[in-house]
Design a protein around this ligand. Sequence first.
Ligand SMILES: [Zn+2]
Ligand SMILES: [Zn+2]
Length: 281
Amino acid sequence: MFKELAKFTHRGYNFEGISEGGIRTSVVCSNLNMMFDIGSQPINYVHILNLLITHAHLDHFCGLPYFLSQRSLRNLKPPNIYIPKEIEEDIHQLLKIYQKLENFEYKFHLIPVPQNCFIEVTKNISLKAFPTVHRILSQGYTIYEKTKKLKQEYLNLNKNEILSLRLNNVELTEENYTPIISFSGDTQIEYVLENEDVRKSKILFLECTYLDEKRDIQKARKWGHLHLDEIIQHANVFENEKIVLMHFSKRYSPKEITEIVNQKLPKALQEKIVCFLPSRK
Ligand SMILES: [Zn+2]
Ligand SMILES: [Zn+2]
């Protein structure tokens, strides 16, 4: 269905998808069996098990019934659909109507995600939702790698001491959560400024709807979006290894996007930032 996919790889995580501001956004991370938003009908991704939805604007959400319908028709395992807790009931109602209209049952797990709580996805992967500032209720997702590390108080012990504690069933390790990926959905800059784990994620997918004076920062904020100039103003807050800009307004062609971003970015951001665009043939 997607003719030209955007692709991005970092630290062995592979992403592909499409993101066009106000039109459609859906980004798949195949290694994690995860799809962020579903603002299109990604037929090629019907096998993805975990779907994370940031908000109910249709350019991020409209593919949901089709995805569930296709998976159910194919008898695939019920997918996990992570959604903002506050819209759980509305989504249940919506899907009930689709099932009635289609006259068959969709199989799925709807998982309401409260903000700022760890939710386990697999043994080693957890997620957390952080609030974004947008025109409707909306949240970004941060994915964490979970590892075990020796508790601070045992760091100086030798092997025998550790062994004897272990034989006495003392809990020596604690869980350590490293933020690896954050995905903003639609937001104003506050999502970045107010959430440390978003700024510390190795990879940050960040919306950047507007780029130049056609719409200035004030107008972008009025619509609950980010402007490139605002990202540049806050260049020194980003601790991410890579920032992947997405959700560009269709006012700009892919060529213009690349040119404006390259021309405006300060040195500090040049190496970090990539634009999530289909590669040019
Ligand atoms: Zn959008
Ligand atoms: Zn939106």
